[in-house]
Design a protein around this ligand. Structure first.
Ligand code: ACO
Length: 323
């Protein structure tokens, strides 16, 4: 028995923010953003689109697709770095909204790798209890966590949520995964929070609870780390890149995706990409892309699906599934 995806769903805010609008907010241009990142638009959450609300809507679609009732869930994990409250977890809000009163629920923070980490946790719970149904969500409202005066970061990120329901299956499911992290490089990509010693005050040197990033370093590490971790997985499974039907990498920016595909020797049609529409939605990017891939008929039963991610921490990982 393996942990398999039984249904997927996603939810995006209605508001579309274009590069042209960003030109009026910071010193940038549509041309610069498109050529450096591949991003054309991103979605921005409104007042009725808080993190847990987007997460709940994505979850409802995934439950419908799986044909599973909320009461049948045993566990809910929300991967996020932008919960609307520090406590309770976003997952507990989702549980209440869904009426999933037989589940326990918690959030998981592994930045842009969060959804992969959460899938791996789900896989292990299902291995221990094959009857368990697990809801795994990646959900972010990063628009609340960027400095809208910092052109280095504000052009990159967007809001949204994606979800999967997992249960056990005989013939398909998660085959293998490889997760890694390196906390020593934390200061290349981070978001401050109020100091725990004095929660009302931020460090006077801090720019606030917003994403701060050394873009060039992140770029370099992201490509190298994802390449390594994909190669490790392929080698362990005695597969080559041509055996993979679809690769869904974390949607950070098109140049990272192109470079990764190039170094792995993957064809353009093997790599799923929607970063042009939604920007970087951190933990939500893989499940949103997976749901779109499913709805576009890009995955057939038996296909080998490869997921890979890189994010703050640093955290990174890869996962192989038989669809
Ligand atoms: N518009 C116009 N000019 C800009 C902008 C902007 N929005 N942002 C930066 N610039 C300028 C810089 O100020 C710099 O100007 P200078 O030469 O006068 O100093 C110039 O453009 C070049 O800046 P670089 O940072 O060297 O530009 P680079 O080509 O590296 O592109 C980018 C920047 C897009 C951020 C790139 O480094 C990148 O993609 N990094 C990866 C970051 C990422 O994806 N982070 C997401 C989180 S981690 C993850 O999800 C994997």
């Amino acid at each position: 028995m393996r942990a398999a995806v039984l249904g997927t769903g996603s939810s995006l805010p209605e508001r579309v923010l274009t590069n042209t609008e960003l030109e009026r907010m910071v010193e940038t241009s549509d041309e610069w953003i498109r050529t450096r990142t591949g991003i054309r638009t991103r979605r921005i959450a409104g007042p009725d689109e808080q993190n847990y609300q987007l997460a709940t809507r994505a979850a409802q679609h995934a439950l419908t697709a799986a044909g599973i009732a909320a009461q049948d869930l045993g566990l809910i994990i929300v991967a996020t770095i932008s919960p609307h409250m520090l406590m309770p977890s976003c997952a507990c809000f989702v549980q209440t909204e869904l009426g999933a009163n037989n589940a326990f629920a918690f959030d998981l923070n592994a930045a842009c790798s969060g959804f992969l980490y959460a899938l791996d946790v789900a896989r292990k719970y299902i291995a221990a209890d094959p009857k368990m149904k697990v809801l795994v969500i990646g959900s972010e409202t990063l628009s609340a966590r960027v400095d809208w005066e910092d052109r280095n970061t504000c052009i990159l990120f967007g809001d949204g949520a994606g979800a999967c329901v997992l249960g056990s299956a005989e013939e398909r499911g998660i085959l293998d995964s490889c997760l890694l992290s390196d906390g020593s490089l934390w200061n290349l990509l981070y978001m401050d929070s109020p100091a725990s010693k004095n929660p009302d005050l931020l460090d006077p040197e801090s720019k606030g609870c917003v994403i701060q990033m050394s873009g060039r370093d992140v770029f370099k590490y992201a490509v190298r780390a994802m390449e390594d971790v994909v190669r490790q997985l392929l080698e362990r499974q005695q597969l080559s890149i041509s055996d993979i039907s679809l690769i869904i990498p974390h949607q950070a920016n098109i140049r990272i995706l192109d470079k990764l595909a190039d170094r792995l020797g993957a064809q353009a049609n093997q790599v799923f990409c929607n970063v042009d529409k939604y920007g970087n939605t951190s933990a939500a990017s893989i499940p949103i892309a997976l749901d779109e891939a499913v709805r576009q008929g890009r995955l057939q039963r038996g296909d080998k699906l490869l997921l890979c991610a890189f994010g703050g921490g640093f955290t990174w990982g890869s996962m192989l599934l038989k669809w």
